[in-house]
Structures are given as C-alpha cells and as structure tokens.
Design a protein around this ligand. Structure first.
Ligand code: GLV
Ligand code: MG
Length: 281
C-alpha cells in the first residue's frame, strides 16, 4: 500500500483537458476514501498558463483534505517562493490555517539541479525534493526514449551525480528525498534494480505508477527483517556499552560500533517501525 498519493494536473493530462481536470481532481479528493495517506496534487509548472488557476481552484475547492501541492520543473528558489505566497492567499480565503499545505518540489532540469541547494531552502512549506528522471533526461539531452534499466544498469550510473547532489541538498534542509517514476511498468525486476540504486544512496522512496510497482518499492525502501533485527541489536549493545560499561565504542561481533553506528541503526529501526515491522523474537 502507498503512504502517499498524488493526483496529476501536469504531464499526464492533455492540454485541452487541463481546466476540466481540476474539477475531477476536486471531486476525487472530496468523495474517495484516501484513508490516512498523505494526499497531494501536482499542478502545472510556472512556465505554463495554468499554475495559478490550478492552485486557486484545487486548494480553494478541496484544501481541507489536501496535504501538499507538488510543483514540477522547479528551476530556481523563486519558483517555490511564488507558490508559497500564492498558497498563503488561497488558504486565507478558504479559511485554512496558513501553512496548512506543504510543497513537494520536482528537480527535472539541468537548471533546477544547479540551483537545488537554494530551492531546498526556499520555503518552510517544503516537505520533499523529488527527482524527475524523464524530464531530466530530456533536459540534458540524454540519448534515451524511456526511463528503464538501460539507464540504471549502465556501467557507471549516469544519475549518480544527480542523486548525490539532490540528496545532500534535501538532507541539509531536513526534507524527504524521493526518486521519480520508472516507465517500463511491466518489468518489475528492472524496477527493483533501478530502485535499489537510489535506495542505496539513502533516498526515502520512489514513485509507483501501478499497484504492482508499489509492492516492489515498499520492499526495496524498507529494511530487510535481518537488517531491522540487527539494528535493534546494535542499539541494545550500544546502550549497554554507554550506560552500564561507560564506554563510547564497543565491539559488536566483528564490527566496532559507536555513536554513529547507533544513529544509522536508529534510522533503520524508525523506517521499519513506520513500515509496520516487528522485531523477531
Ligand atoms: C516526472 O515527472 C519525470 O519527469 O520523470
Ligand atoms: Mg516530469
């Protein structure tokens, strides 16, 4: 199951349907059961004529249940600031608390990547920074027609610089860092390989385009049971070391562990607990 869903007004909607799609999105937010999940709408980018209308209509019409707005093709910090200011006015008119709506910013152009550090610091509304591989490939002139294993299985992953830069900027500002879509939707093995790369950098998750993709991705981005149990064991050993034996570094099997190891272990435990995992007895 997904813990976050977004409804799209951007690239999956035909230009002639852009305005009509707003009403469909508002109705879907209001009438469907979205359980506890974080709910987001992706509006059109500032280089179109639809952004302000998307925000005013959707947040004005369904802002109470909406958690976030996703802004695609963010190129500089002022793109985020402009959305932040507009949201404040829409919230005020809709009787919503100011700051109710968070922002997800998509990095999918060379310019956005160059400016990602200032983008990630542009607004307290920012929740996540999201990599958009398809538009990014188009932006930098990558010779591909889809986003599949041919990119991710290349001898040196051409996105490695991109992943590292986005991850640092996101983490420096306390944001979730998310990988974008994998377009060969039927090839779940290739999806698993591709997702494992951004997961190995420390990304928090990746978009799922189908329920089958969501199953694979939940598996890839959650710690394995073995890792989850080991992390708990490290925390136990570290507590005994620091509180009972009064030592900061201690051997755990063949590994030395210290405060940094405990921080790493803690992040796996938190992720596992959020995913509903239980420690093996
Ligand atoms: C997503 O929006 C992408 O362009 O990959
Ligand atoms: Mg895109």
């Amino acid at each position: 199951m997904a813990d976050f869903s977004f409804l799209d007004l951007e690239d999956s909607v035909a230009p002639k349907e852009k305005v009509a799609a707003r009403t469909k999105v508002i109705n879907a937010i209001r009438t469907l059961d979205w359980d506890e999940r974080v709910l987001c709408v992706r509006v059109n980018a500032w280089d179109t004529r639809w952004t302000y209308g998307d925000v005013i209509e959707v947040v004005g019409g369904a802002g109470e249940r909406l958690d976030e707005v996703m802004l695609p093709k963010v190129r500089r910090a002022s793109d985020v600031v402009a959305l932040d200011l507009l949201l404040s006015q829409v919230e005020a008119n809709a009787g919503l608390p100011i700051g109710h709506i968070g922002i997800e910013a998509q990095i999918e152009t060379a310019e956005g990547l160059i400016n990602v550090e200032e983008i990630c610091a542009a607004s307290p509304r920012l929740e996540s920074i999201v990599f958009g591989p398809a538009d990014f490939a188009a932006s930098i002139g990558m010779p591909v027609t889809t986003i599949d294993e041919t990119i991710h299985d290349a001898p040196s992953n051409p996105f490695s610089y991109v992943f590292a830069k986005i991850l640092m900027a996101g983490r420096a500002n306390g944001l979730h860092v998310i990988d974008g879509p994998f377009l060969k939707v039927r090839d779940l093995d290739a999806l698993r390989r591709a997702a494992s790369i951004s997961a190995s950098y420390g990304f928090d998750g990746k978009w799922a385009l189908t329920p089958d993709q969501a199953i694979v991705l939940n598996d890839v981005y959650s710690p394995s049971q073995e890792l989850f149990d080991k992390s708990y064991d490290i925390l136990d050993a570290y507590r005994v070391a620091t509180e009972e034996n009064l030592t900061g570094a201690v051997m755990f099997g063949d590994e030395m562990i210290d405060e940094a190891s405990a921080k790493i272990a803690n992040s796996f435990v938190s992720r596992g607990v959020r995913a509903g995992m239980k420690r093996s007895s």
